[in-house]
Design a protein around this ligand. Structure first.
Ligand code: FMN
Length: 415
């Protein structure tokens, strides 16, 4: 394992990633469908080059978008400070070891950060300044948040949570938020809403790679992803204090907003649908029948020539593979060591038995990528759709899948 990470922040990671794996610069693409189509079709390739978009239609040069930043095991290795020369399984093994020995190191506050180079407040706030894509024809709108983390604080204990939740671009200063029931970020918001209050939030777009990885990995309630990111980094995560919310802002992010999530009975909007990585449209509102929370944006901070990270809809899961590695060895499931990033909704297999995803999340079983059959694909997909709770509603509403072939979600799944 490397002594220390060869990058300091998200931008530094992108520069290093260019050196160790394939990447492409794409100029002149349209945020409306074209970028989404390019990302998805590239994610189908075995090599999965990182895509960097510049001169996006209607946007000035320098307002860039990056995708598939971690969709290749060499870049995943880089993110964790593991040599990119290692094999896929070696990466998972070393990562499992790193996670096991990782300690919680609280963040350290620094005075300034490059993201304060540009500040938008009041009437100047305009989220359309960033080239948020509409990924698929049937999406409910443009999505600015997929490579992000939302940070909020439990009003009772003060514990700071960070979670990745998609964010729809409703207006210059208004974002739609889809947090599935039970997500820690939503539980914290609910505590504020029950008191009739808005929940203060910070959202970091393109945050430090390890913080992002932890933000979409289940960390037990009461444990802060910011502290664990420090543990994996081997040094405290640098933060600045949010001038409006007092919440920690990860200093290495490209774009950050401060704002609040009002109780949904005061303000909420139709959210989604959104083409998901398993190959169906999911909707906040389509699935639940209810409007979903919004973020009222009070300030935007961003680096000059910012890079917006967008990671939908296909994803890899070295972290979750590492999570199950220890228990897998103990329990002895056959086959699989690599799994997908959407592990909550994944079906897993141990020997001849099939297991639901909650067992997977608890690390009881591993996923067998070597023995899949068409029937299994179909079975997996049915369970995935059932678990997501919205595909049936989508079918009833006559909405087509964004990508059609059975098993697509598996193609994008292995590390
Ligand atoms: C690219 C990406 C997008 C995601 N989008 C959502 C989302 O829109 N809503 C959601 O509830 N979870 C989403 N997730 C999953 C959550 O990030 C994950 O369940 C995480 O553990 C939630 O954090 P929490 O446990 O702190 O609430 C997404 C994950 C990834 C990798």
């Amino acid at each position: 394992m490397m002594e220390s990470l060869p990058y300091r922040d998200f931008r530094g990671f992108i520069e290093e990633a260019k050196k160790i794996s394939e990447w492409r610069l794409i100029e002149g693409a349209d945020w409306d469908n074209e970028i989404g189509a390019l990302i998805e079709s590239t994610a189908e390739l075995d090599s999965r080059p990182m895509l960097l978009f510049d001169r996006i239609k209607g946007y000035p040069a320098g307002f860039r978008l990056v995708s598939l930043a971690f969709a290749n095991y060499k870049r995943t290795a880089l993110a964790f400070g593991i040599s990119a020369e290692k094999s896929k399984l070696e990466v998972v093994r070393l990562l499992a070891r790193k996670m096991k020995s990782g300690k919680a190191i609280p963040p350290v506050e620094v005075k300034c950060a490059p993201l304060m180079e540009n500040v938008m407040e009041g009437d100047a706030i305009d989220l359309f300044k960033f080239p948020a894509p509409r990924f698929h024809d049937g999406d409910g709108g443009r999505y600015i948040g997929t490579g992000n983390c939302l940070i909020n604080a439990d009003p009772e204990s003060g514990f700071i949570n960070a979670g990745t939740y998609r964010m729809q671009l409703h207006d210059r200063d208004l974002l739609g938020l889809w947090m599935s029931p039970g997500q820690h970020g939503r539980l914290i918001c609910t505590k504020y809403w029950e008191q009739g209050k808005s929940c203060p939030v910070v959202v970091a777009f393109s945050p430090d790679p390890l913080l992002f990885t932890l933000a979409h990995t289940k960390v037990a309630w009461g444990n802060s992803e910011l502290d664990y990111a420090g543990g994996l980094l081997g040094r405290p995560l640098e933060i600045i204090r949010g001038p409006l919310t007092g919440l920690p802002i990860p200093a290495g992010s490209e774009i950050v907003i401060e704002g609040e999530v009002p109780p949904p009975k005061i303000d909420s909007r139709a959210e989604g649908p959104f083409g998901e990585w398993p190959g169906y449209y999911s909707g906040g509102t389509l699935g639940t029948g209810e409007p979903q929370p919004v973020i009222r944006v009070k300030a935007i901070y961003h680096r000059s020539e910012p890079i917006l990270e967008e990671e939908a809809p296909l994803w890899t899961g070295a972290m979750n593979s590492a999570k199950i590695r220890g228990p897998r060895k103990a329990n002895g499931p056959s086959g699989g060591q690599l799994c997908s990033g959407g592990a909550q909704w994944s079906l897993c297999r141990r020997g001849r038995r099939r297991h639901r995803s909650d067992e997977y999340e608890r690390g009881l079983v591993g996923y067998d990528d070597t023995r899949r059959s068409t029937d299994q694909h179909r079975h997996h997909r049915r369970l995935l759709e059932h678990a997501a709770g919205s595909a049936h509603a989508a079918r009833k509403a006559g909405i087509k899948r964004p990508h059609q072939r059975p098993g697509d979600f598996l193609r994008g799944a292995a590390v």
